[in-house]
Design a protein around this ligand. Structure first.
Ligand code: NDP
Length: 339
């Protein structure tokens, strides 16, 4: 569930200033300037669009992983084109976003040659939302999807006696004629780990079916679910099987770690997870009908007319427009960052 913007201070900060503040913090923790810049853009974009769970709130986690030497902020990704459509990236223990950026020329070549780019990242840490990775592809007219073996074992499918999946997010972006791209991006668990922590901190209960306690019994207590229990996949066996697919593609296929492999590797206090990510980008021109964005626009118009008025991206684009006009609300996390 997306968090509400906390405009407690009534203050605003410009996007550019926030990027600089995050970048400087990450550089002090050991990231190379270009890596710090890429992560700062990602982080500030999340904050600007109201994806606060992956905005400035995450800076401490990046810093902890960088300063412990768990993630390499100076890694040089190795990019290989191993077929007309297949791009392999060894992130060399760096972050996924700079690794994806390093592969952009090979992705463009694959799209040109075959209409499809499969991008397999391994030995990469992904600690953010997926939409910032995907939206630029859709802005360039392509369809894009992404999935992550996200690392922390937290999800117990029905029948299992312990967590075997992470919250395994999946994202999808498509161009829409005459409109911003439609982009959705969510974890495949009934509730994200962050939202469960927030509910526990507030002393709230969670809806039936959210998770189990350490004895495998259904629980509405988020603290029990977090402490030795587990979160359920969303949609019962359907969510579990999506997680299975994501682990097999983002880890099994890429050669990155499965979520079950990473938990024991990270040193105490390191927040990010070195796993794998799979991206698939498609040039819709190759579909042959020449009017893909118009067809999607017509479909979305029909959905809105039918009463499905809330489309993915609507909330983010509204927040972005407001932030561009007024600045980004200064939350407690931003206040701590800028001093
Ligand atoms: P949500 O359940 O909040 O779903 C978010 C998505 O659904 C957004 O695309 C949102 O659009 C869209 N949406 C929300 N409500 C509606 C609605 N009523 N109708 C249509 N679309 C709607 O996501 P989660 O809490 O599961 O995940 C939050 C974030 O956490 C994601 O960005 C995910 O990638 C990230 N994550 C990252 C991990 C990692 O390892 N890097 C691990 C797990 C999660 P809009 O943007 O407009 O609100």
């Amino acid at each position: 569930m997306a968090q509400e913007i906390n405009d407690a201070h009534g203050e605003r900060i410009s996007f550019e200033r926030l990027v600089i503040a995050v970048k400087e913090t990450l550089q002090r923790a050991g990231a190379a300037p270009e890596v710090a810049h890429t992560l700062a853009l990602n982080c500030a974009s999340c904050e600007r669009d109201g994806t606060l769970s992956h905005g400035v709130f995450r800076v401490k986690g990046y810093v902890d992983s960088l300063s412990r030497g768990w993630a390499d902020g100076r890694a040089q990704p190795r990019v290989e084109s191993v077929g007309a459509s297949f791009v392999r990236v060894d992130g060399a223990n760096g972050f996924a976003q700079p690794a994806l950026e390093a592969a952009q020329p090979q992705i463009a070549d694959a799209l040109e040659a075959s209409g499809v780019a499969v991008i397999a990242l391994r030995a990469t840490h992904h600690f953010s939302a997926l939409w910032p990775d995907l939206e630029p592809f859709a802005r360039r007219g392509n369809i894009a999807m992404a999935m992550i073996a996200s690392g922390k074992l937290a999800v117990v499918p029905e029948g299992a006696t312990r967590p075997v999946f992470s919250t395994n997010p999946f994202g999808y972006a498509t161009p829409v004629a005459g409109h911003e791209p439609a982009v959705f991006d969510f974890s495949t668990s009934s509730m994200s780990h962050g939202d469960l922590q927030l509910a526990a901190a507030r002393g709230e209960t969670v809806p039936p079916g959210t998770g189990v306690d350490g004895f495998g019994q259904e629980s509405d207590d988020p603290a029990e679910i977090l402490d030795g229990g587990g979160i359920r996949p969303f949609g019962g066996h359907k969510g579990a099987l999506l997680s299975f697919m994501i682990e097999t593609l983002a880890a099994g296929l890429t050669g990155g770690s499965f979520s079950f492999e990473v938990d024991t590797e990270a040193p105490e206090g390191a927040h990010t997870f070195r796993t794998g990510q799979l991206y698939i980008v498609i040039d819709p021109e190759w579909g042959g009908n020449g009017v893909y964005p118009e067809r999607v626009r017509g479909f979305i118009d029909l959905l809105r007319e039918s009463g499905m008025t809330r489309m993915p991206g609507d909330r983010r684009y509204a927040n972005r427009a407001e932030a561009e006009a007024l600045g980004i609300p200064v939350t407690d996390h931003i206040r701590q960052l800028i001093g």
